[in-house]
Design a binder for this molecule. Structure first.
Ligand SMILES: Cc1cc2nc3c(=O)[nH]c(=O)nc-3n(C[C@H](O)[C@H](O)[C@H](O)COP(=O)(O)OP(=O)(O)OC[C@H]3O[C@@H](n4cnc5c(N)ncnc54)[C@H](O)[C@@H]3O)c2cc1C
Length: 206
């Protein structure tokens, strides 16, 4: 898997209205995650080095670290360079959040995992999220999980805005059309979530 950090400008945009979510607030977490993840630079490969030479011969800058935001501009904004990438090899298998981050801490007492359960609704008190309604698809049992501090939704690029909208957070006119009571009129929910991008992948023997 290619180890690619998010775009600092996105985080700073969110942090402008949501204290604690700017890039500077989160960089310690990124460093912690990177430190837990086994990574390797593919530039060390002879074929990759030849490919990078093609780029520099054509006048592109070579960026030795695709996640170096300060010198070459953040990934996703300034991509006019040729770069090798940081990879996360794990015995020729793609690594994942499960293998690298969850499995090692699965026995922690402050972690509960509800396998297969789906979140159906965020529970609000006024406009403050105080819990989540989940349902076990096998037994059909519904449970409300209450939050002591905050609720963080990480359902991916499509399901996160979907869950927000089902819970009443989103563009007012869309929610009204669907008969959903509006908790907060937030026009940006569900917009510009997915950014198309393309990349070339070269695989060479090591
Ligand atoms: C083919 C492909 C290759 C990629 N390769 C790379 C790569 O090499 N490097 C890289 O950095 N990025 C890569 N990406 C992008 C990367 O996978 C995503 O940016 C990343 O997974 C997003 O993480 P996330 O936790 O926000 O969401 P996701 O990884 O999408 O996780 C969301 C999770 O929430 C669960 N979920 C959704 N709705 C609910 C609900 N209502 N209740 C309960 N659970 C729910 C989903 O089942 C899922 O497990 C790739 C993406 C694709 C599609």
């Amino acid at each position: 898997m290619v180890w690619l950090l998010g775009n600092p400008k996105d985080f700073d945009g969110w942090g402008a209205t949501n204290p604690g979510w700017a890039w500077k607030d989160l960089s310690n977490y990124w460093e912690y995650i990177v430190s837990k993840w086994q990574t390797t630079h593919v530039e060390n490969d002879v074929y990759m080095q030849r490919l990078l030479n093609v780029g520099t011969n054509q006048g592109f800058t070579e960026n030795p670290d695709i996640n170096n935001f300060t010198k070459y501009g953040p990934a996703g904004v300034s991509r006019r360079y040729f770069s090798g990438v940081l990879e996360t090899p794990s015995f020729a298998r793609r690594t994942s959040v499960w293998t690298q981050l969850v499995k090692p801490v699965i026995s922690k007492e402050n972690l509960d995992i509800y396998v297969y359960s789906r979140a159906h609704k965020i529970i609000f008190q006024g406009t403050k999220a105080v819990g989540v309604l989940i349902q076990d698809p096998i037994s059909g049992r519904k449970t409300i999980l209450r939050a002591n501090k905050e609720v963080i939704i990480a359902g991916g690029v499509f399901d996160t805005p979907k869950l927000l909208m089902l819970s009443g957070v989103g563009p007012k006119k869309d929610l009204k059309k669907l008969g959903i009571s509006v908790v907060a009129d937030v026009p940006g929910v569900g917009k510009k979530s997915a950014r198309p991008h393309f990349s070339f992948t070269f695989i060479s023997p090591s």
